[in-house]
Design a protein. Structure first.
Length: 119
């Protein structure tokens, strides 16, 4: 499995993967997110959602409770797969501190993602 960084911004990162099947890629993505403490929440077509923390408690107690939601979109073009990793929550329920927590977590996660798929 070979990963190539295509595009990055503060709220999304796109990688192209070659030399793998879709099932291998899905399994590797699942292993990555579970190793980071995330759980798979929903899957619809080629969009996957991973969460970490408790949303209800975040709404009640704000920045004192962590909640992160990431979206992963997989698109295929022949034998190449494009993976879009983007944050799927703003952190507004935690105020300015919560928004900063979400930004930091996404930056940490994208760095861990790059290291994980560098192997």
């Amino acid at each position: 499995m070979k990963a190539t960084l295509v595009d990055f911004a503060k709220d999304r990162v796109i990688y192209n993967f070659t030399s793998c099947t879709k099932e291998e890629l899905e399994n590797k993505l699942n292993l990555f997110f579970t190793s980071q403490g995330y759980t798979a929440k929903t899957k619809s077509a080629d969009i996957y959602s991973y969460t970490k923390g408790n949303r209800a408690l975040r709404m009640l107690f704000g920045a004192f409770v962590k909640y992160h939601k990431q979206a992963v979109v997989i698109k295929s073009e022949g034998d190449m797969f494009s993976v879009l990793l983007q944050k799927d929550s703003t952190g507004m329920s935690g105020g300015l501190i919560g928004m900063n927590q979400v930004k930091k977590e996404f930056a940490r996660l994208t760095e861990a993602f790059r290291e994980y798929f560098k192997q």
